[in-house]
Design a protein around this ligand. Structure first.
Ligand SMILES: [Ca+2]
Ligand SMILES: [Ca+2]
Length: 408
């Protein structure tokens, strides 16, 4: 009796080994449920569950075959180790919904010896939403930009009209083809993902103090995926030049205030206060400046506006301010050095002047004191390095306050 049981066991073992060697047991427990899907994002039978078990490592493919014999690969030769697997199929292959119809699903595994195991069955698709989301009028402007907060071509506008509710990602791909930089949408009445006009305002991250992506030619991708998985990708190009966070300071935080007649810090009413300081661009990008030029003489009742040199977003200037100033800060301003030491560029028909990376410039100027700024004999004067409409760094504000004796 016992001998008989052992014989049966050996026979069963032999049969199992035979099946394994023949590859018949490589792929087991395959099921596709349900057999009909209606992929229209109504939450009812929008996907079918494909489950299978691998008894050994294999290259696995899943494809859907139409009645004409065309294979639509959902998974193509993916490496899989032994184990249980399950994946949802929504009717979408390569970002496009298969049209309504009757299909055959096929799960196919090829082991390392080249043995193929295959199982198949019917799959019907009904009420499929085959409409792809479109990104109409996709535009990137300008095509070249310089994200460096100099007020010229610092930003890029990216726009499109989305035709259908979808998740949209917009990002740059670097020249290496891999590194990705996401771009955030500007919040508007039309929420992200809703049909309608969408806009993105990109400054390379510089406004948050981050270094922008390195200079180079990038591909802008906009990728829309609707609720059932239809996917649309549009691309354009964008070149980044002279990108970076601008950095400059007043060298040694030192300002030399003096009366040119005497060389000391006594400036009686009617006489002139002069200053000299040095500015350095210690960053990696040019910084823009404008007039009045270094050396310009002010009267104390003038300011840079009365000189016709209005505030200009992104420009850098040296300013002088004083204790008891009743008006806005730094009313007396000068360019970073005389124009002949700066780099001149013609941009959009205008002459623009730049202090280049690593460059230093001496800034001088005078203020004729016509009245007592405060009800005091001695008034503190100081300098600042102003990045107009952007910021004054703490180390560039209120630099080297110096008591000037005015009254007697
Ligand atoms: Ca459905
Ligand atoms: Ca710029």
């Amino acid at each position: 009796m016992q001998r008989h049981v052992i014989l049966v066991f050996i026979a069963a073992l032999a049969g199992w080994l035979l099946a394994a060697c023949a590859g018949g047991a490589l792929l087991t427990d395959v099921s596709v449920t349900p057999q009909t899907i209606t992929p229209n994002a109504d939450g009812i039978e929008d996907v079918t569950r494909i489950s299978y078990h691998l008894n050994d490592s294999a290259d696995l493919s899943i494809y859907i075959e139409d009645t004409a014999g065309n294979r639509h690969y959902f998974r193509d030769n993916r490496r899989r180790s032994a184990g249980d697997y399950g994946v949802d199929f929504s009717g979408v292959v390569n970002g496009a919904m298969l049209p309504d119809g009757d299909y055959t699903w096929v799960v196919e595994a090829v082991d390392d010896s080249g043995n193929t195991a295959r199982q198949s069955g019917p799959l019907s698709i009904r009420q499929a939403d085959t409409t792809r989301p479109e990104l109409q009028g996709f535009s990137v402007y300008p095509k070249t930009f310089t994200p460096n907060q100099d007020g010229i071509n610092d930003r890029v506008d990216i726009n499109y009209y989305l035709t259908k509710e979808a998740d949209v990602l917009v990002y740059l791909i670097a020249p290496d083809g891999e590194t990705r930089y996401p771009i955030a949408e500007v919040e508007r009445d039309i929420k992200p993902g809703e049909p309608g006009f969408h806009t993105y305002d990109y400054e390379g991250g510089v406004d948050l103090g981050a270094e922008p992506p390195p200079d180079g030619r990038y591909t802008v991708f906009a990728e829309a995926v609707d609720r059932v998985g239809n996917r649309t990708v549009v691309t354009d190009t964008l070149t980044i030049q002279e990108g970076g966070v601008p950095r400059a300071d007043i060298v040694s935080a030192s300002v030399d205030f003096y009366n040119p007649l005497t060389g000391d810090t006594v400036v009686p009413l009617g006489q002139t206060l002069a200053f000299t300081l040095t500015v350095e661009n210690f960053g990696s990008v040019p910084i823009r400046t404008n007039g009045p030029p270094s050396g310009t003489a002010y009267r104390s009742d003038e300011n840079f506006n009365t000189k016709g040199a209005f505030q200009s977003s992104g420009t850098w200037r040296v300013g002088i301010d004083y204790e008891g100033n009743p008006s806005y800060a730094y009313p007396y301003r000068w360019s970073l050095g005389s124009l002949d030491v700066l780099e001149k560029r013609v941009i959009n028909g205008n002459d623009e002047y730049f202090l280049m990376p690593g460059q230093r410039a001496i800034v001088t100027g005078t203020i004729q004191i016509l009245d007592v700024p405060a009800d005091k004999d001695t008034v503190n004067f100081w300098a600042g390095l102003i990045h107009e409409d952007v910021r004054i760094d703490a180390f560039n504000d209120h630099v080297d306050p110096t008591p000037i004796i005015i009254g007697f």
